[in-house]
Ligand binder design. Structure first.
Ligand SMILES: [Zn+2]
Length: 457
C-alpha cells in the first residue's frame, strides 16, 4: 500500500495509539509515547509472547533485572570496548552521520558491491573522499574525521561526576539473564537445558533515522536465553528459529511477509546467527534475531566476576560452561510489524473503511458496547460492566451506529455489541464481527464464553 507508514503514523496519533515523545515541546528525535490504545496493544503483544515462551514453554523462568548494572558487566560483555559506530559531523549543518551507512547508501545507488562491515575507519574515510559523498541533510561535502562513538548512554551515580561513578543504561537485556544464571539455577533447582526470559527496556544512543518505532533510542526487548550443552546447541538453535517463526504466524502474520536471513558477518560472540525479516513499508528489515552465542557470555562473566559459571551435570558428573541460544525480538518493532500487517482500507457501500485486522488476542479492546439509542444506556452500561471483569471493553453512545462501527474498526476492536429495544425484552444483543461485518444475536449470558473462545491466543 502506498504511503502506508505515513498513514500509520497519522492514525496512531489521532487514535491514541502512539504519540511523538515530548510532543508539546516539538518532540525529541526517535522517541515515542504509547497512548491509551497503544499501551493495550503493546501489553497484549508482550503477554502473548510471555505465554508462548514462558507459560507454555518447558523449563523456562522469567526475570526482571535492573536496567542499571555494575559497569564491569559491560566490560565483560565487550560493550565498553567495541559497541560503537563510526560517525562524522557535517561542518556546515552540524548533523551527524554514520560513515558506514553513507557508504552503503552510496553503493546501493550506484550499484557497487562493497563489504562495508569489514572496512577500517581509514578505508571508509578514503572511500568517502574519493567519491565525494555528500551530507544527506544539506548536500555539502565538508566532514570532520571519522570518530568512534559508543552507543551506550552514560550517566553517573551519586553527586561527584568522575569516571569512578560512571554507569550505563543497558544496551541489551540479555546480560540481566547471564548474571542471574547461578541464582536461577540454585533457587529454581534448574537443570540444563533451561531457559531464562525477560521483557525490558534497553537504550542505544543511535543517530540513525528511525522509521517510526522501528529504530528508537529507547526500546523494549523480549528475549529468551536457552542454556544448553555444547553439541546440542545447533538443534536448539534450529528449534528456536522455528518457534520464533511459528509465534509470528500465530499472531496472524502472512508467511510470505516473513523470511529468514542468515548472517554472514557474525558478532564476536556468535557461532551462527539469523534474523527473521518482515516486509515493512520501507522494505525487508529485521524483526527478530536468533543467535548461537556459544559459551562466550558465561565464560566472560566467569573471568570478570571470578565466580565459576560451570554447571555440574547431576546425572553424568560432567562439568561444563553451558552454551546459550538467544532469541530476541523488539516489542516496539513487533508492534510496528503488527500494525503494518493489520492495516487495511476497504470499500464498503461506496466509502473507504479503515480497519486494523488485529488478532483478537492483541486487540486493544475486545468489545465495544454500543446502545442503539441513548435511552438504552443503562442496560448497555450494565453489559459493559459485566464484561469488563474479563475483557477490556469500551462504551460509546455518541454518533450514528455506522460511525461508531468505523471508529472501532480503525483501532482493531474485533467485536461490537449493540443493545437495542429487543434487549430489554429478551436479554439478547447483536454481536458484530469486525472482519466479516456479519452480526449474530446472542443471549447476554452467553457472551462471556463466546468471547473467551475468540480472544484467546
Ligand atoms: Zn550537512
Amino acid at each position: 500500500m502506498e504511503n502506508l507508514m505515513d498513514k500509520l503514523v497519522a492514525l496512531c496519533k489521532t487514535r491514541g495509539i502512539i504519540f511523538p515523545g515530548s510532543d508539546i515541546y516539538g518532540g525529541m528525535g526517535n522517541t515515542w509515547d504509547y497512548g491509551p490504545i497503544g499501551v493495550e496493544i503493546k501489553n497484549n503483544i508482550k503477554r502473548a509472547w510471555w505465554k508462548q515462551f514462558v507459560q507454555c514453554a518447558p523449563n523456562t523462568f522469567g526475570v526482571d533485572a535492573a536496567i542499571l548494572m555494575n559497569s564491569r558487566v559491560w566490560e565483560a560483555s565487550g560493550h565498553v570496548s567495541s559497541f560503537s559506530d563510526p560517525k562524522m559531523d557535517c561542518k556546515v549543518c552540524k548533523s551527524r552521520s554514520r560513515a558506514d551507512e553513507l557508504i552503503e547508501e552510496f553503493c546501493e545507488k550506484n550499484d557497487l558491491s562493497m563489504d562495508v562491515e569489514g572496512m577500517s575507519n581509514e578505508s571508509m574515510q578514503d572511500f568517502i573522499n574519493a567519491h565525494q559523498i555528500k551530507c544527506p541533510k544539506c548536500g555539502n561535502f565538508s566532514w570532520t574525521p571519522i570518530r568512534q562513538f559508543n552507543l551506550m548512554f552514560e550517566t553517573s551515580r551519586g553527586v561527584t561526576d568522575d569516571n569512578q561513578n560512571k554507569i550505563y543504561l543497558r544496551p541489551e537485556t540479555a546480560q540481566g539473564e547471564y548474571v542471574n544464571f547461578l541464582n536461577i539455577q540454585r533457587s529454581m533447582r534448574a537443570k540444563v537445558p533451561f531457559g531464562i526470559a525477560q521483557i525490558g527496556k534497553a537504550f542505544r544512543n543511535e543517530v540513525t533515522p528511525g522509521n517510526f518505532i522501528f529504530r528508537t533510542i529507547e526500546f523494549e526487548q523480549m528475549e529468551h536465553q536457552w542454556f544448553c550443552k555444547e553439541g546440542t546447541d545447533m538443534d536448539y538453535y534450529n528449534e528456536f528459529k522455528q518457534k520464533a517463526f511459528d509465534f509470528l504466524l500465530s499472531l496472524g502474520f502472512k508467511a510470505e511477509h516473513l523470511r529468514f536471513h542468515d548472517h554472514e558477518k557474525l558478532a564476536h560472540y556468535a557461532k551462527c546467527a539469523c534474523d527473521i525479516q518482515y516486509l515493512y513499508p520501507m522494505g525487508w528489515s529485521e524483526l527478530n534475531g536468533i543467535h548461537n552465542r556459544t559459551n562466550f557470555d558465561l565464560s566472560a562473566h566467569e573471568k570478570f566476576s571470578g565466580k565459576s559459571m560451570s554447571y555440574l551435570d547431576p546425572f553424568t558428573g560432567e562439568r561444563y560452561v553451558p552454551y546459550v541460544i538467544e532469541y530476541s525480538i523488539g516489542a516496539d518493532r513487533l508492534m510496528l510489524a503488527v500494525l503494518c500487517e493489520a492495516y487495511d482500507e476497504e470499500i464498503v457501500d461506496g466509502e473507504t473503511r479503515v480497519v486494523l485486522h488485529l488478532h483478537p488476542s492483541i486487540a486493544p479492546y475486545k468489545v465495544a458496547v454500543l446502545p442503539l439509542q441513548k435511552n438504552l444506556s443503562s442496560k448497555a452500561q450494565e453489559v459493559k460492566d459485566m464484561l469488563s471483569r474479563d475483557f477490556m471493553c469500551v462504551y460509546d453512545d455518541a454518533g450514528s451506529i455506522g460511525k461508531r462501527y468505523r471508529r472501532y474498526d480503525e483501532i482493531g476492536v474485533p467485536y461490537c455489541i449493540t443493545i437495542d429495544f429487543d434487549t430489554l425484552e429478551d436479554d439478547t444483543v447483536t454481536i458484530r464481527d469486525r472482519d466479516t461485518m456479519q452480526q449474530i444475536r446472542l443471549k447476554i449470558s452467553e457472551l462471556k464464553n463466546y468471547l473467551s473462545d475468540k480472544v484467546n491466543l
